[in-house]
Design a protein around this ligand. Structure first.
Ligand code: GLU
Length: 457
């Protein structure tokens, strides 16, 4: 059996790191099993779905390195859902209901007031042909519910019916279908809610594993029943924990700042985002892995914790910086060219500044400092200014290389008596405008004699 997984976002907004987590669990699982990955847009809600968001999702996944083998949208497949819905109707498994949301709400409240679970009592099954005709004449349109297989002969007498599955993440799981309302599959306007299209697609396309957030655990009980009603063998399921902020809020509310769009624009490394998305809810340390293959090798669904995973953006800074520090020059050469770093010095420049860049884009500021005219962020005290002026008169002869800084500062130590911080800091401040940064021995040859002299305070 070839593994076939899917990631099924609704294109109603930009995806955030929590959505990425679901996509990645599927992608990495398929990668490890030599399987395929379907990107399915759940866009049956025409009002909220937008083509721009679908495009953005494709781009954002590609940034991480996820390139689906197949992409499709549910809005192109409505004919299939109609056929399946008709098959269920023909067998009495999809039945029309006429209650308004208000009526349903009142009923739910009444049940809860009596300490009973707010399960739909299947009153619509008691309607006669005449009742239905009358309701339709009043202008009511039916919504359609799936008759859950939780009874022996009489649907008005539901009984305990356990659906069980061996969850890839959570182990043995079960849902009692008698504790659930028959789910609405079709709205009054004939459009489909998520449940039926999802099952039809997974069944028709032969999806073998459904890995998704644990907010879908109850749906799985219903969907297994629906797979079976439609004659499909249900796939295997895995439900991973959801991401929350450090204070425990769900991510969707704050997805703006954590959307992949924003993280990319802010210059985070895609593998930092991917590593954190996967590792945050797993036992073991969180480290930046260099590639999706390396992350796939680390994936262990059974090690994913069952409680919510708290996402700390500070971790993202740390992981991203680690990856940038270790980045080979070849991967940043084009960016450095864009920042105006001369080709011949590009490698030496990256060697000098990489350790001081949390994002590749930070190298632009260092390029400005080396090759431009840095605007000093620190004011030199009068005596330091005098020292620097004097020091510039004592620069070693000959071309600047990695030894120049040492030769120069040794000479200054011997000739001026300054040492330690009092010696090094004013020089750094005068030459870079800052009191921290890369090794001066690496920077000095890049700044060169001419610019060094031009920084006379
Ligand atoms: N569109 C659904 C969601 O985003 C998909 C759930 C599923 O994976 O089945 O929640």
């Amino acid at each position: 059996m070839t593994v076939f997984v899917r990631f099924a976002p609704s294109p109603t907004g930009f995806i955030h790191i929590g959505n990425l987590r679901t996509a990645l669990f599927n992608w990495l699982f398929a990668a490890r099993e030599g399987g395929r990955f379907l990107l399915r847009f759940d866009d049956t809600d025409a009002e909220r779905s937008r083509a721009e968001y679908a495009e953005a999702i494709v781009e954002d996944l590609a940034w991480i390195g996820i390139r689906p083998h197949v992409t499709l949208r549910q809005s192109d497949r409505v004919g299939l859902y109609d056929t399946s819905a008709d098959r269920l109707r023909d067998r009495g498994l999809l039945y029309p209901c006429y209650e308004t949301p208000d009526e349903l709400d009142r009923r739910r409240k009444r049940l809860m007031g009596r300490g009973l679970p707010p399960v739909y009592g299947r009153d619509a099954l008691k309607l006669s042909e005449d009742d239905r005709r009358r309701l339709e004449e009043e202008g009511r349109r039916p919504h359609w519910r799936f008759l859950l297989p939780n009874f022996e002969a009489d649907p008005l007498q539901p009984r305990r019916t356990i659906v069980e599955w061996d969850d890839l993440v959570r182990g043995s799981q079960s849902v009692d279908l008698a504790s659930l309302s028959d789910p609405v599959l079709v709205r009054e306007d004939g459009s489909y809610l998520y449940t039926l299209p999802s099952v039809v697609d997974d069944g028709e396309l032969g999806i073998t594993h459904v890995i998704r957030g644990d907010d879908h655990v109850t749906n799985t009980g219903v969907q297994i029943a629906l797979f079976e009603a439609l004659g499909f063998v249900p796939p295997r399921f895995g439900h991973h924990n959801l991401l929350t902020t450090v204070s425990g809020e769900g991510l969707s509310k704050r997805s703006g700042s954590l959307s992949l769009r924003t993280l990319r624009a802010e210059g985070y490394e895609p593998m930092a985002v991917a590593s954190l998305a996967i590792e945050v809810g797993m036992s073991g340390s969180i480290e930046a892995l260099p590639s999706l293959d390396a992350l796939a090798a680390r994936l262990d669904l059974s090690a994913v914790s069952q409680s919510a995973a708290k996402f700390d953006p500070a971790e993202l800074d740390r992981l991203s910086a680690e990856l940038v520090h270790a980045k080979p020059h070849g991967e940043v050469a084009a960016a450095l060219r864009g920042f105006g770093v001369p080709e011949a010095e590009s490698e030496a420049f990256w060697r000098a500044v990489a350790g001081n860049c949390a994002r590749v884009a930070d190298a632009a500021a260092w390029a400005g400092i080396v090759y431009g005219a840095p605007s000093p962020a620190v004011d030199l005290a009068e005596e330091d200014r005098a020292f620097v002026r004097d020091a510039l008169d004592r620069l070693p002869e000959g071309p600047f290389d990695r030894d120049t800084w040492k030769t120069w500062t040794n000479r200054l130590k011997a000739e001026t008596g300054r040492k330690g911080r009092a010696l090094f800091m004013p020089l750094r401040q005068a030459l870079t405008g800052l009191d921290h940064g890369p090794e001066m021995s690496e920077l000095l040859p890049l700044i060169g004699r001419e610019r060094t002299l031009a920084r006379r305070p």
